[in-house]
Design a protein around this ligand. Structure first.
Ligand code: NAD
Length: 479
């Protein structure tokens, strides 16, 4: 087999593709093989200042570029992403590890966001408000908020940057984005498509570096007017504090601990087989993943058998192999975390039904794992595992199930399976989550808002709602 090719890595600042030169670099590693794919240039403070200058200067031009022209460029960018999707998907699988089919799907969905927000750019409007004095014209306008600093993680290297970039650029904002250092080539390929589509220089910069240094420097700058972050709760809190110090709004997407409520009247096959596929997709490194399966006692045993059988049937391997359904974890830290979460749960009385161990050989592989009857004191019942471990628990009635589902400070995704319409309405009403799937696990679509409540985040991305975080109100009262 021809070795799959990886792209050279750059910083993209003020329309220039900057290679490492004398800068520090970090290795980018294939998590399935440990092979070093490339060296990533890390921005120094003068790079960041150059990015800030470019974002500030280009904003004055981009905000006044007609929405139809902004839309034309974003759509052309989306088209180039689609044309290049096979190559970008390969980059993604090499650096992130997910199966190639999932990478392809992600690139195409990322392109869809650019097309969606290109259309939304043309729908930004305002209001004329009647005045209480004659001869006065009162206008309410929606204007771009200003240059944006965006931070995205490694697990969805196309779609997470796409949700932020597409909405911000459509609104007329310039952006400095720092994608995850673990999977940089995918975001660079999206930027390349936008550059080739004619995005004016300086409107978008892509930087990498020491994350804490980069975020501290960018967020403190008076140039930046808006912050957007996807990642863990501790880092989200830190960045929210930095944004607050500069009175800058922040959009946060911080992960979850998705409960799934399976009632005794549910289609068990759909809940169990779909549940295993959903839980282990992306090796469980998905913020909206279903983690805690709460099953009504009468069907608990039956559900458990089907779920475990579906889990055991999953093929784990290198994402470049066509048969692979579950790839590696991102890094050794994640592997150690899985091992310690399983050990802790078993020590406290959980039943390990399958998996529970790392897989020998190169690569950060961990066997898809099912734990049943896990006591609430176990760490995994509080911490987001962000890996391939499912937790099964029995419940007696609706109140029990909702109490457990809503117990945690997370509120991102939740799922329910029932054929009773009354129960479906009740649980959808009372589950504390920003995104709820009833009788299905597919809850993400370009046209829908994506985001959490409680400590899972602030604001949502995508849908008609996603552009509003990048706009501010201004009124003009004219006599
Ligand atoms: P993390 O929050 O430390 O890192 C996520 C991203 O944020 C990375 O790309 C990192 O470069 C960046 N980051 C880290 N510190 C930063 C800082 N001070 N300023 C700016 N950016 C910073 O998470 P991780 O260690 O990569 O992953 C572990 C946990 O993060 C997971 O267990 C999961 O809970 C969470 N996570 C959530 C999502 C999500 O989609 N919500 C994605 C990735 C990770």
């Amino acid at each position: 087999m021809q070795p799959a090719s990886y792209d050279p890595l750059y910083l993209f600042i003020d329309g220039c593709w900057l290679d490492a030169g004398l800068r520090d670099t970090a290795a980018v590693v294939n998590p399935a093989t440990h092979a070093v794919l490339g060296r990533l240039p890390l921005a120094n403070l003068s790079d960041l200042d150059r990015a800030l200058r470019a974002a500030g200067q280009s904003f004055t031009l981009w905000r006044r570029t007609a929405p139809a022209e902004r839309a034309r460029i974003l759509k052309a960018g989306a088209e180039l992403m689609r044309e290049r999707s096979e190559h970008i998907a390969t980059l993604m699988t090499l650096e992130e590890g997910k199966p190639l089919a999932e990478s392809r799907d992600e690139v195409l969905r990322a392109a869809d966001y650019f097309e969606w927000f290109a259309e939304e750019a043309r729908r930004i409007d305002g209001r004329v408000v009647p005045a209480n004095r004659p001869g006065v014209l009162q206008l309410v306008k929606r204007e771009p908020i200003g240059p944006v600093a965006a931070f995205t993680p490694w697990n969805f290297p196309a779609i997470t940057p796409a949700r932020k970039l597409s909405a911000a650029l459509a609104a007329g904002c310039s952006v400095i984005i720092k994608p995850g250092e673990e999977s940089p080539a995918t975001a660079l390929a999206l930027a390349r498509a936008l550059d080739d589509a004619g995005l004016p220089k300086g409107v978008l910069q892509v930087v990498f570096g020491r994350p804490d240094e980069v975020s501290a420097h960018l967020i403190a700058s008076p140039v930046i007017r808006k912050v957007a972050f996807t990642g863990s709760m501790p880092v989200g809190r830190l960045l929210a504090g930095r944004a607050a110090a500069g009175v800058k709004p922040i959009t946060l997407e911080l992960g979850g601990h998705g409960p799934v409520l399976v009632f005794e009247d549910a289609d068990l096959e759909a809940a169990a087989v779909g549940g295993a596929a959903n839980r282990f997709r992306g090796t469980g490194q998905i913020c909206i993943s279903s983690t805690r399966f709460l099953v009504q006692r009468k069907v608990y045993q039956q559900f458990t058998e089907r779920f475990v059988a579906a889990t055991r049937a999953l093929v784990v391997g290198d994402g470049l192999d066509a048969a692979t359904q579950v790839g590696p974890l991102a890094n050794a830290r994640q592997l150690d975390k899985m091992t310690s979460l399983v050990e802790d749960a078993v020590r406290q009385g959980a039943r390990l039904l399958t998996g529970g161990h790392r897989i020998d050989g190169p690569g950060y592989f961990f066997a898809p794992t099912v734990l049943a009857d896990v006591p609430l004191s176990a760490r995994i019942m509080h911490e987001e595992p962000f890996g391939p471990i499912a937790v099964l628990l029995a419940f007696d009635d609706l109140e029990d199930a909702l109490e457990e589902a809503n117990r945690l400070p997370y509120g991102l995704s939740a799922y329910a399976f029932t054929t009773d319409a009354r129960t479906a309405i009740d649980v959808a009403d009372r589950l504390e989550a920003g995104m709820i799937g009833v009788n299905q696990y597919r809850i993400v679509a370009t046209e829908l808002p994506f985001g959490g409540i409680k400590e899972s985040g602030i604001g949502s991305e995508g849908g008609a709602e996603g552009i509003h975080h990048y706009l501010v109100n201004k009124f003009v009262s004219q006599a």
